[in-house]
Structures are given as structure tokens and as C-alpha cells.
Design a binder for this molecule. Structure first.
Ligand SMILES: Cc1cc2nc3c(=O)[nH]c(=O)nc-3n(C[C@H](O)[C@H](O)[C@H](O)COP(=O)(O)OP(=O)(O)OC[C@H]3O[C@@H](n4cnc5c(N)ncnc54)[C@H](O)[C@@H]3O)c2cc1C
Length: 326
């Protein structure tokens, strides 16, 4: 029988973040292994997850993401637990280190797992979420890196964390700070009810022969501010922004929806000034209710890719919508 270890790093405030709880939601672990400056809060947070042991690698060295220390800590925890299956969330911190952990343990690893069955068959997508496969492995230890899903919820409690001795590597890397892309405004909101997608049409010449990028910026940010919708973009638009053109400065490649972009899960989506090309629409597969505004009655959305298409000028539509929203 397999021994399951749930492995996670704590957030800066010592808690377990949503990706960790989502990974935990798909299993019933025998052991919980935590890495962070202080892991007691996180252990108490998931006290009722059914684990019999809570193992921790804690201290200032483990406060921040660093391959050498995170991997050494994870290896010590994995060995102390004797786990044959290790489930971890696919955060950037853990994703950087888990392949190295698999190598050190002589094990195997699968990433982007979307579901874990009770028999440890795992589900994952291939070819940008066009094909779904269910697979199992006999090799152990097996590291399963889980994508987001339904978060675990349960009562907190008080547990005793067993400290794990970590053979510390020589520390050649010092974390001096964190830099994030300068988007200026927080526009990606995975939990929003609505995905608002802007296409390259916002930057194109309009009926008067001029482009109206500043107006577009005001309308889009005005709508996002009023609705707290999440902002997506077509590849054409985010490429323009990335090339330093004077267009929608808050748009980055992180906003891109589509085959080579993100596949977010929002109940509703509104596409504006975007043609509805297949590689873009691939990213909408989990958006349940789709609407689009396009001047072109023959755009891609009109060919079965949206539930409702408004053949209209998005500048006029969004101006009116913002007025109605107040
Ligand atoms: C391998 C591959 C992968 C790709 N992956 C992606 C991907 O992940 N994501 C992605 O987005 N694209 C992707 N693409 C590119 C994709 O095929 C399209 O080229 C791109 O999405 C087009 O962007 P767009 O619709 O914003 O711009 P355009 O095609 O330029 O369309 C602009 C639209 O705006 C409309 N418009 C203009 N003014 C107004 C107005 N005032 N009111 C209303 N409508 C207006 C026009 O009618 C037009 O339909 C990929 C392509 C390839 C080959």
C-alpha cells in the first residue's frame, strides 16, 4: 500500500496558500511535510486532513524560495516519511525544485495533474488542454504536482510538528528581494465571476481614421474597477504591449488567453475587439457563458464560439456599460 506525503511550502505569513489547499483537496495524506520559516501555523491550519505525522523543515534558511535549501528540506522530509507518493502544489517555488527532488530520490514525477483518483490514477491534459489522459505509474517514489482545483477545507487544530534534520547545502545564493512584472494595476483575478478580454481592435484605427488607445485604456480600466472582473488579452494585443508600443501598458503576456496563453476558469466571459480566432478561443474552453462585442458580424465568435455576439462598436458599448454601472 502506498504511503502518501503532502508536501508544501508556507506563504510569507506562515499559512498555506490556496494552491497548497487545492492540492491537499485531492488526497488523504498519511504525512504532511512543510517547509518555511515557521510551519506551526500551517500545520495547525490542516490539522484535520487525516495525516498522522506532520514533519517540518523550518528556520530562516527556509523562509524564501531557493533551490538548494528547498530541495534539501524536501528530500529530508520525503526520506523521513518513507513516502511512496508525494503530492505537491504546482507553485513556482515548488515547481523549480521538485524535478530535482525526484532525481535525488530516484523517483519519477508528473506535473500539471488535474485530478487524483483513489487508486492513484492521475488525470492531466496534453496539447494545450485539447486531449485529456488518465495514467498510472508503478515506479516509486512518485511525485505528483497538482494544478489548482477545489480547495481542501477542514477545521484547524493543534498538532505537533516533528522537526526534520536537514543536511544543509553550502548557501551560495542570497535572496535580496522579489521583482515582479510592472503591470501598474492588478488585473488578473482568477476568482472573478467575469473574464473581460481585450483584443487588438482596441488599438486599431477606428471609423474616424484614428486610433483611440487612451480612450480604450480608460474604458477598460473603468470597467475592471467597477466590476472587479479579470482581464485577459489576445496574443496580438499583448504582443503589441510587450513590444513597447504606446498601447495598454497594463497588459502583459500573463494576461494572454488561448492556445499558447492561459485557460482560466470563470463563469462568464466578455470578449471585446477580438476576432475569436481558434488559437485564442481554445483558452475559453472552461468559460461557461460567452459573449462578444465585435464590429464584424462575420467574426469567429459569430460562428458558434460565443452564446451572444453584439455587432457593435465596443468603444460605444463599454462607455454605456460603464455609465450604467455608475
Ligand atoms: C500556434 C498559434 C498559437 C496562437 N496562440 C494564441 C493564443 O494563445 N492566444 C491568442 O489570443 N492568439 C493566439 N494566436 C493568434 C491568433 O490566431 C490570432 O492571431 C489573435 O488572437 C488575433 O488577435 P485579435 O483577435 O485581438 O486581433 P485581430 O485579429 O486583429 O482582430 C481585431 C478585431 O477587433 C475588431 N474591432 C476593431 N475595432 C472594433 C470596435 N471599435 N468594436 C468592436 N470590434 C472592433 C475587428 O473587427 C477584429 O475582429 C495563435 C496563433 C498561432 C498560429
Amino acid at each position: 500500500m502506498d504511503t502518501v506525503l503532502f508536501l508544501a511550502c508556507t506563504e510569507a505569513d506562515g499559512s498555506l496558500g490556496r494552491p497548497a489547499l487545492e492540492a491537499l483537496g485531492s488526497i488523504r495524506p498519511r504525512h504532511v511535510g512543510l517547509i518555511g520559516r515557521n510551519v506551526c501555523c500551517a500545520a495547525n491550519q490542516v490539522a484535520s486532513c487525516g495525516a498522522v505525522r506532520f514533519l517540518g523543515a523550518s528556520g530562516d534558511e527556509f523562509a524564501q524560495s531557493r533551490y538548494s535549501t528547498d530541495c534539501a528540506a524536501a528530500e529530508a522530509i520525503a526520506r523521513a516519511s518513507g513516502a511512496t507518493i508525494i503530492v505537491a502544489p504546482g507553485t513556482s517555488r515548488l515547481s523549480r525544485m521538485l524535478p530535482g527532488l525526484a532525481h535525488r530520490l530516484g523517483g519519477v514525477i508528473d506535473t500539471h495533474v488535474t485530478a487524483i483518483g483513489s487508486d492513484f490514477s492521475v488525470t492531466r491534459w496534453y496539447y494545450r488542454q485539447r486531449m485529456e489522459a488518465v495514467l498510472a505509474r508503478t515506479a516509486r517514489p512518485w511525485i505528483i504536482v497538482a494544478d489548482g482545483g477545489s480547495a481542501w477545507s477542514g477545521a484547524p487544530g493543534a498538532v505537533t510538528v516533528e522537526p526534520v534534520a536537514v543536511e544543509m547545502p553550502s548557501l551560495r545564493t542570497t535572496v535580496t528581494g522579489i521583482r515582479t512584472p510592472e503591470t501598474g494595476v492588478q488585473t488578473i483575478r482568477p476568482d472573478a465571476r467575469l473574464l473581460f478580454v481585450a483584443g487588438a481592435g482596441w488599438t486599431k484605427k477606428q471609423q474616424d481614421g484614428q486610433s483611440h488607445v487612451r480612450d480604450a485604456e480608460g474604458l477598460i480600466l473603468g470597467f475592471l474597477g467597477r466590476t472587479q472582473a479579470s482581464l485577459g488579452g489576445s496574443k496580438s494585443l499583448v504582443d503589441l504591449s510587450g513590444e513597447g508600443e504606446a498601447v495598454l501598458p497594463f497588459m502583459t503576456h500573463l494576461n494572454q488567453i488561448g492556445q499558447t496563453g492561459a485557460t482560466p476558469r470563470h463563469p462568464k466571459g466578455l470578449s471585446t475587439c477580438c476576432h475569436g480566432e481558434e488559437p485564442h478561443v481554445v483558452g475559453w474552453r472552461f468559460v461557461t457563458e460567452r459573449r462578444a462585442v465585435n464590429l464584424d458580424a462575420n467574426c469567429g465568435w459569430a460562428r458558434g464560439k460565443a452564446d451572444v455576439v453584439y455587432v457593435a462598436d465596443a468603444f460605444a458599448v463599454m462607455k454605456k456599460v460603464n455609465e450604467l454601472l455608475g
